[in-house]
Design a binder for this molecule. Sequence first.
Ligand code: HEM
Length: 260
Amino acid sequence: MRKHISASIWPETKNDAARQLSELHVSSRGQRRSRRARRGSAVFTSRSLNDRILCFEFERQLLTQLGDSVEVVDSTAGFRYFDVRDLLGFVDGTANPVGADIEDAVLITSNDAGEAGAAAVGGGYIVVQKYLHDLSAWNKLSTETQERIVGRTKFDNVELDDAGEEEQKPHKQLATIEKDGVEYDIVRDNMPFGNAGQGEFGTYFIGYSKSLWIVEEMLRRMFVGVPEGRHDRILDYSRAVTGVYFAPGFGCASGFGDGD
Ligand code: HEM
């Protein structure tokens, strides 16, 4: 059985790309380790590495204008950790596309119009999910075991060889999507967050993509596993505390206010 997890507002638009948000699925097996998204939600990410005050002011003004039309279900302040590492201690974001490949990965072009609709050209999707880490359990693992789980060395961030067909695959291999010899990337901008005093340590996953199926396939491979049952071991130490939230970017949201 598969469940729809999407914001109910998007299908109301006339915009095909936004309507696709109602079609993003995660299999119910995957949901065992995850929690379902609430319907009717919207995502805002604001960031300024150097100026927390600007983020605060932006959020204050935005929420003042939106008033009672929105309910804030989560507000998480992330930060950049040493060497762009996550709180598991690994450099996060290395395999992101660079240069012109960034736009290729995130912006819907007229070639994708069949999938997303002409109004979506120039836009893209933002996908977020909040994870909490069991750092005391993670830190009991040897560095070698942690490296096998992630698929990279911890200190110098060197990529390890892929696991064989039937073997337990590392996170980086499960999250790599290949179809007909083409690799499909997303751009990730994960933010660590935490509160040492309260023992809270997490990663706020933030992904940008021009196609939702790519993210859906990454999540399926991580949560269900390849082969099935060999799920991503990062999830044994990282619990998804929200469902997956999606928002269309500029172009995608353009259908609002067009009627219906
Ligand atoms: C607990 C949450 C997560 C943590 C701590 C985490 C951490 C990492 C780390 C350390 C890497 C290796 C370095 C790099 O290339 O960035 C990585 C790679 C990657 N992750 Fe995650 N990740 C998390 C969740 C996710 C999710 C939910 C997705 C997708 C839906 C994802 C997609 C990817 C992709 C596509 C790669 C690059 C694979 C490659 O081509 O080498 N990650 N992640």
